[in-house]
Design a protein around this ligand. Sequence first.
Ligand code: ZN
Ligand code: CU
Length: 483
Amino acid sequence: MPEFDLLLRDADVIDGSGTPRFRADVGVRNGLIAAVGDLGNASASQVVSLDGLALSPGFIDVHTHDDRLVLSDPAMTPKVSQGVTTVIVGNCGISLAPMGMTPPTPPLNLIAGDQDAHRFDNFADYFAAMDAAPPATNCAALVGHTTLRARTMASLEREANDTEIAAMRALVDEALRSGAIGASTGTFYAPAKPATPREVQAVFEPLRGTDAVIASHVRDETGPVLDSIDEVLGIAAALGVRQVISHHKVVGKPNFGRSRETLAHFDTRRREAADPTRVCLDCYPYAASSTILRADTVAIAKKTLIAWSIPIPEASGRTIDEFAAERKLSIEQAIEALQPAGAIYFSMDEPDVERILAYPETMVGSDGLPHDRFPHPRLWGAFPRVLGHYSRDRGLMPLERAVHKMTGLSAMRFGLKGRGFVHPGCAADLVVFDPQRVRDAATFEAPTRPAEGIIQVLVNGVATWVDGRHTGARSGQAIRRRH
Ligand code: ZN
Ligand code: CU
């Protein structure tokens, strides 16, 4: 019997911890990293010589809306092609479980299909579906507050009453017992806007005393951004759990430059926290955002691209200005005519994006919207863009630190044990890439072009992406929180 299933020789190992790379061999056995070091003439069923290419942990996409994609298109090509081996779903308050047959009011329509397939009353069923038909990446899940409201409340225009809170709490309980790693909120969106901090804290009471996490799309990323951050940090602190500020940014021209203030604020809040690792954030590496089409967001964007529209699908990829002019509509009328719809908003300042990405505590998440007809390029490019454009070309941070932000740091903050590092005993989620060539190829004009320089991707030890091609492997696992 050979010692290893796979032996990767002469790799430049970037192990996910942020420390300098080192030359080593890595042995994989039974889906796990079995040994790292000079493995001499160890025997293996398969030996691959990497000749100094970079070998790092597979990337963890901490901010996704892949809830349905893991089942509807389990090859997960937009993610695997970037080197992503784990996705965290259920962000921004939006989760597929336990949506059940609740009508998918926006923004739930970003993930819910119009078919009855892939609808789940609870997390046990959602995870069971993934076990039965595994996707190509691992998947960990958050339970979304907006989903809970839509599922339990007769009217979404007010705060939840005690009966509704009890019903939501029971669903949170089920989610946690079934293996959800935490919860998410999105009070930015209409169906959750009337929720008060009191409601959110009461609904998430079952998280108290656990190592679960809350990730939040905060109420307002414009003028009141600091208050919005403090609102969610306050709830998490009261529950004694970790809080992630999702896709941290400052939007709208009057707020350009204010990332100086928000990052100093994070420093302060981390210093004051009972545990500084409870104050967390992620971002995507672009100066444009994307979500459902809404007038207030169009109003503060320099330019808005239509990502999808149910009644007028052919408008996808056009700017809202062009579309309105062509149809002789006002912007307001154009927005109305396109609904339900999604859009890409150019409403950030590049120096803010760089400053936030470079902040040592910031993790990388794509926030990709996989069901959009004309998606934001972050869906196919976020991770290679950080490695190529921001780390190598712009020199924003050493490659080791860039990798840490998408592997070890993410695994620690989201409580994914045994992942995120090239260490013996960790899952063999690995990516081989060429540091000189790695780059994102997806653009706002051609948003679904696969990245370059990602040479090999292993998920739980199984080769899934090799030399620019998907192998068809689907060796991902539903990652359940361990109690
Ligand atoms: Zn969001
Ligand atoms: Cu999101």
